[in-house]
Write a protein that binds this ligand. Structure first.
Ligand SMILES: *Cc1c(COP(=O)(O)O)cnc(C)c1O
Length: 246
């Protein structure tokens, strides 16, 4: 046990040092970046070890797995834990996400937004969400398809129309955007994807100034230093903290 938590501690310290280095390269304060440890496939005990090593934000991508892990972790620690949903939410499972989450990164359609809004309103509560954007245009990814949005008025007007509608929904607080970069051999190749998400956020913030567009959730194990250089406020890191997934 000792060696497991020691190496967990070392891996977390390594990621935190890398976050600090990326921030200092672009003159940002490390406090502007939240490390979300993606604990999918890992046990409640591993999450508890990461909490002991100083982490407070955890991300899951499957609702069923998370709904067992969240109470199991609560039984293992007195520390505050903030849970993030980062995976696709099927409409019929939307109810799982209406309590226990600090932030949903993966709001990917107007329909899901309406459904969550209804459920949150029934509970007289509200949910912080990010809009998931498919900046690279990969078919396998969820979210608004926005590849090449800078030169595509139709794409832009489609998203703008959806955003206008989502911002009127009670019970949802839009806090920013999320994206997943394609898997590439060189992290540097993801830079244009992250820059495009930031530019899209800036354009939305200009046209919808009453909403909060602070958060940019981008960057995973293989590319988070580049994402931070391009403005990430939330990095979602699994393997660099918990080791390989089986
Ligand atoms: C699994 C996952 C991550 C973490 O990926 P790693 O490469 O292990 O860092 C981040 N975001 C989402 C949406 C994920 O599903």
């Amino acid at each position: 046990m000792e060696s497991t938590s020691t190496s967990m501690y070392d891996r977390i310290a390594g990621v935190q040092a890398e976050i600090e280095r990326a921030c200092s390269r672009v003159g940002r304060s490390p406090e502007t970046v939240t490390l979300v440890a993606v604990s999918k496939t890992h046990t409640a005990q591993e999450v508890a070890d990461a909490i002991s090593a100083g982490l407070h934000h955890f991300g899951e991508n499957r609702l069923e797995e998370a709904s067992e892990k969240i109470p199991a972790v609560a039984d293992l620690t007195e520390q505050p834990v903030h849970w993030h949903m980062v995976g696709h939410i099927q409409g019929r499972k939307a109810r799982y996400v209406t309590s226990g989450y600090a932030l949903v990164h993966s709001l990917d359609s107007p329909k899901l937004a309406e459904r969550l809004s209804r459920m949150m309103t029934e509970r007289s509560e509200s949910l912080d969400v990010l809009l998931e954007i498919n900046v690279a245009g990969e078919m396998s990814k969820y979210g608004w398809q926005m590849a090449g949005w800078q030169n595509d008025a139709a794409l832009r007007s489609n998203l703008w129309q959806d955003v206008r509608a989502i911002l009127t929904l009670p019970g949802l607080n839009v806090r920013g955007l999320m994206t997943m970069a394609p898997i590439v051999a060189e992290a540097e190749a993801t830079r244009p994807v992250f820059a495009a998400l930031r530019d899209l956020r800036d354009a939305l913030a200009m046209d919808f100034p009453s909403a909060d567009w602070t958060e940019l959730s981008m960057g995973m194990t293989d590319d988070y230093p580049v994402a931070i250089e391009e403005g990430a406020t939330l990095v979602r890191i699994g393997r660099a903290i918990f080791g390989p997934r089986l």
